[in-house]
Design a protein around this ligand. Structure first.
Ligand SMILES: [Ca+2]
Ligand SMILES: [Ca+2]
Ligand SMILES: [Ca+2]
Length: 296
């Protein structure tokens, strides 16, 4: 006896000839047919798979069962040991998605389905099982928002997302300046236990990692790489543009080295007048205004 399905009442467990335990109710419904192990990454997948790329999620489908109102679904090892407690997840319809399972690479599992109706349930139908594999490399998405920015009033938000269906083992991303030199390491991580997804976010203000000076304007590159639990490695790059900085009176600030952040040069998208104001400084602007009004 034991409450295997977590509904608060004890269930009668019966060991039958195959060594598995089955929860018994009144067997008033036909056993669900054609239980298939499907692809968790493809919600439309219908065919039975015997190898599945997955981190912790199992999906299954089965044939419609006359009289069934709902179904109890569980994932077990090939030997019949349930992977979670409560053992069964209840669903309606002809498919199930069970997550947060302690799956492991190379492990073999199967899905059990019991139909439940108004007056009782069916025997449990089992899929023919699947093995957790890792055949496809990780994917990497790189973003910079905005893709063009003008310091110091703007920063750009860098975001790198690493994913792998079976599990990531390590991730790395670095920032390269227009000459190709690495100016920042955004992430460099070996995961103690694999994860299906990892995101790194960094706000980039255009200042060197040592905090003492602005980096040169131009096209910057984010170079990222990831390795999965089967040692597939993938590398990807993305770019964004840092324009020459524009300092307006409202945002005037001293460089970290004590100098004014006002350098001569091309105006990065701002009206020319702003640039002159910045170059002259606040005192210079005041003088110019006085002279201008006196001349009229
Ligand atoms: Ca099969
Ligand atoms: Ca299968
Ligand atoms: Ca993989």
């Amino acid at each position: 006896m034991g409450d295997t399905d977590g509904d608060g009442t004890d269930d009668v467990l019966v060991s039958v000839g195959d060594g598995y335990l089955y929860a018994m109710g009144a067997r008033t419904l036909p056993t669900p047919e054609a239980v298939r192990d499907t692809d968790p990454a493809d919600t439309d997948s219908d065919a039975d798979l015997d190898e599945v790329e997955t981190f912790d999620t199992v999906t299954a489908r089965w044939a419609a069962t006359p009289g069934a109102m709902r179904f109890q679904v569980r994932v077990t090892t090939l030997a019949g040991t349930a992977l979670q407690f409560p053992e069964y997840t209840e669903v309606t319809g002809d498919r199930a998605r069970v997550g947060e399972l302690p799956l492991r690479l190379g492990g073999r599992y199967r899905v059990g389905v019991v139909a439940v109706g108004a007056d009782g349930s069916s025997a449990e139908a089992l899929s023919d099982g699947f093995t957790v594999v890792d055949v496809s490399p990780p994917t990497i998405r790189i973003g910079a928002n905005p893709a063009t920015f003008t310091p110091p009033s703007q920063t750009t938000n860098l975001e790198v997302t690493f994913e792998d269906r079976t599990g990531l083992a390590s991730t790395r991303a670095e920032l390269l300046d227009p000459s190709g030199a690495v100016v920042r390491v955004l992430v460099d991580e070996t995961l103690r236990s694999p994860l299906p997804s990892r995101t790194t976010r960094v706000a980039f203000d255009g200042i060197a990692a040592n905090g003492t000076q602005y980096l040169p304007p131009g096209v910057y590159t984010i170079r990222a790489s990831a390795t999965d639990v089967r040692d597939h490695t993938v590398t990807a790059t993305g770019t964004f543009t840092m324009l020459e900085r524009v300092v307006t009176p409202g945002t005037r600030r001293a460089d970290a080295d004590g100098g004014c952040a006002c350098t001569a040069g091309r105006v990065g998208g701002a009206p020319r007048g702003w640039w002159l104001v910045a170059a002259l400084g606040l005192a210079g602007v005041a003088r110019r205004r006085r002279r201008g009004s006196a001349g009229r």
